[in-house]
Design a protein around this ligand. Structure first.
Ligand SMILES: NC(=O)c1ccc[n+]([C@@H]2O[C@H](COP(=O)([O-])OP(=O)(O)OC[C@H]3O[C@@H](n4cnc5c(N)ncnc54)[C@H](OP(=O)(O)O)[C@@H]3O)[C@@H](O)[C@H]2O)c1
Length: 247
């Protein structure tokens, strides 16, 4: 049976690969992001027995979430909270006003987007069998300083929220998990800032000697969304090539 799968940030990088996997599995996939042209192009390009539809929305904006949620299926099988990123990159970090701006930016894009979408959809998640999967980051566990600390703390906040939701929804047969990617190339995450020196540094941190690919993360999401993963909840699955072990 085709599942209804909602993928936030499904127009680029990891989210696009997640959408591709579910489309190939024959599911009805909805991708959401802010840029309509990006989403439309991806919806046309993804191949498989499934179907892809798209909605443009800022998922950190409650009225946008309400508008989109009203058009989403009545029963949802899988929510993938992938939208986000390091939007405070390069912001100044000199005093309270700067710090407040950077923290607000990263919490808005990473935390608010996941919490608002999930709150709108959780009443219609399939019971039992629904799945909520949120993309955190290696940064949320390893930490960071300066504006990167704003991003790291936002990704860390997703852990406490997700674990609480796992407790709340477990009795309904819904699992709630996180995937924490390490360095994943072929995404828009680095917004043109990646240098070959930094790339080599990040690859050297891994035990397997390569950068991650969006499909490495998508494969983990596909597993957590599967029926076979019904006994896995309240977990964070690290996909980082061994750059951070066992936490
Ligand atoms: N790449 C890495 O190395 C890495 C590592 C650890 C974690 N992650 C996490 O993985 C997730 C996917 O990132 P990516 O690496 O695939 O980078 P990406 O290509 O920049 O994807 C991020 C997506 O999120 C969407 N988005 C951001 N804010 C949004 C909002 N407020 N409302 C709706 N959509 C929003 C963006 O689309 P629009 O701009 O069109 O809205 C974009 O499609 C992010 O949560 C990121 O923090 C990435």
């Amino acid at each position: 049976m085709a599942r209804a799968v909602i993928v936030s940030g499904g127009g680029t990088g990891i989210g696009r690969s997640v959408a591709a996997r579910f489309t190939q599995a024959g599911d009805h996939v909805v991708i959401i992001g802010r840029r309509a042209a990006v989403l439309e192009a991806v919806a046309h390009s993804l191949e498989g027995p499934g179907a892809v539809t798209w909605f443009s929305a800022d998922l950190a904006d409650p009225s946008d979430v309400d508008r989109v949620a009203a058009q989403l299926p009545d029963v949802v099988d899988v929510v993938v909270n992938n939208a986000g990123g390091y939007a405070s990159r390069g912001m100044p970090w000199r005093g309270p006003a700067d710090i407040a701006r950077a923290l607000t930016t990263d919490f808005t894009n990473n935390v608010l987007s996941a919490v608002l979408l999930t709150a709108a959809l959780s009443p219609r998640l399939r019971r039992p069998g629904g799945r909520i999967i949120t993309i955190s980051s290696i940064a949320g566990v390893r930490g960071g300083v300066g504006p990167y600390g704003a991003y790291a703390s936002a990704k860390s906040a997703l852990l406490g929220w997700s674990h609480g939701l796992a407790t709340e929804l477990g009795p309904d047969g819904i699992t709630v998990n996180l995937v924490a990617p390490g360095y994943i190339a072929e995404t828009d995450f680095f917004a043109g800032t990646m240098t070959s020196h930094r790339h080599q540094e990040l690859v050297a941190q891994t035990l397997v000697g390569r950068a991650g690919r969006p499909d490495d993360v998508a494969a983990a999401v596909e597993y957590l969304a599967s029926a076979e993963a019904g006994f896995v909840t309240g977990q964070m699955l690290h996909v980082n090539g061994g750059a951070l072990m066992g936490r």
